[in-house]
Design a protein around this ligand. Structure first.
Ligand code: HEC
Ligand code: HEC
Length: 329
């Protein structure tokens, strides 16, 4: 027990100490917590980035071509397609590779290339790939021999979940956020997923489901972690296959390229969208555009968090349900 410290605290503490003295048992005064010197500024602040310049991005993209392809449509399925991916999403992921937040999967291969880019470079290169058109593959139409989906074609299991989700298990329709043709929603940084190599999509869904590490704290990651935790291995495979075959039909491409407004009124996707819980859990963190949670009913009854149904993308989901079709080989 240090008297110096007691005196330093002041009279009240002195009085307390005196009382303590007067008692037969002396209560030790706890040590003061060490003072933390909080940094006044974040370490190594990067100059804030503005909207990307696709022309500068095209020059930077030469480095990416070896793996992702000249136009972002990689030939090898271990490298994700990034053609048609939104600028914001690309910049966000590059920032995560750089910080080490995204370290699962094959991130170690990607990190050195992310490290070479400033925040503005990441926007520029993102703006370039966003102008490119994503290709697509083919979905697997093998008939499932046994199990809960016996008799269905493999991709149909994915199609059903992608378009309608499974409300009974709290699985939202993927197209609510990723769009009927998988083109995503750049406002809230919901990525383009149509035409992506199935093995990559499968790996990502498994990481969302099982992943550990710093990325788990990220709000956007959490949206998918919550959803993926409800999917079986077979469903993940089927979704990945369906999404590989997903591409915009010619006349829908025009609609998909029209500017998307993140704050459009929410349209219920699942047939019984009643148990929508916590409509405000989905925000648009990327750009601060509020998801229109206020329009959704404040039904909190089930306690089931189905965040997807709150922040609908602007697309007229039911009407365009036919837009994305799996291309069968
Ligand atoms: C040596 C090969 C290689 C090069 C070169 C490379 N990447 Fe990658 N990139 C990868 C791999 C592998 C992944 C998948 C990482 C994972 O599993 O998380 C990836 C992932 C990405 C992702 C995340 C995609 C998604 O859908 O989440 C982006 C964005 C990306 N790369 C952008 C770039 C850009 C921009 C460049 C050029 C400046 C580049 N990459 C250069 C191998 C490469
Ligand atoms: C509420 C909106 C929402 C819904 C619904 C949703 N997603 Fe996502 N999805 C996201 C967000 C946000 C990300 C980006 C996560 C991140 O940045 O870590 C994402 C990322 C992904 C990725 C990774 C893409 C890449 O390039 O790495 C895949 C694959 C994916 N989602 C598949 C699905 C599937 C399959 C479903 C339906 C079962 C689904 N999503 C439903 C919001 C959603």
């Amino acid at each position: 027990m240090s008297h110096a410290r007691v005196l330093g605290i002041g009279l009240a503490a002195l009085a307390a100490a005196a009382v303590a003295y007067a008692q037969t048992e002396v209560t030790p005064i706890p040590d003061a917590a060490p003072v933390e010197t909080a940094p006044l500024e974040p370490a190594a602040p990067e100059a804030p980035a503005t909207w990307g310049d696709p022309q500068n991005g095209q020059a930077l993209a030469a480095t990416c071509a070896a793996c992702h392809g000249v136009d972002g449509n990689s030939q090898l399925d271990m490298y994700p397609r990034i053609a048609g991916q939104s600028e914001i999403y690309i910049a966000e992921q590059i920032a995560r590779f750089k910080s080490g937040e995204r370290s699962d999967g094959m991130a170690a291969i990607m990190k050195p290339f992310a490290d070479m880019l400033s925040a503005q470079d990441a926007r520029d290169v993102g703006a370039w790939f966003a102008t490119q058109t994503s290709g697509a593959g083919v979905a697997d139409d093998t008939v499932i021999a046994s199990g809960p989906y016996e008799g269905m074609r493999f991709y149909e299991v994915g199609e059903q979940l992608y378009r309608s989700g499974d409300p009974a298990r709290g699985i939202p329709a993927c197209m609510a956020c990723h769009g009927p043709a998988g083109t995503g929603n750049p406002g809230p940084a919901y990525p383009h997923v149509g035409g992506q190599h199935a093995s990559y999509t499968q790996q990502r869904l498994e990481i969302f489901r099982n992943g550990t590490g710093a990325e788990r704290d990220n709000d956007l990651f959490q949206i998918m972690a919550n959803i993926a935790s409800r999917l079986t291995e077979e469903e993940i495979g089927a979704l990945a296959s369906y999404m590989e075959g997903l591409h915009p039909a010619a006349d829908d491409k025009v609609a998909a390229e029209a500017p998307v407004q993140a704050a459009a009124p929410a349209a219920p996707v699942a047939p019984d969208a009643d148990p929508v819980a916590e409509p405000s859990t989905v925000e648009s963190p990327a750009d601060g555009v509020p998801a229109d949670g206020a329009a959704a009913p404040d039904a909190d009854a089930s306690g089931e968090a189905a965040p997807a149904e709150a922040g609908e993308p602007a697309e007229d989901v039911p009407a365009e349900a036919e837009a994305g079709t799996a291309e069968l080989g």
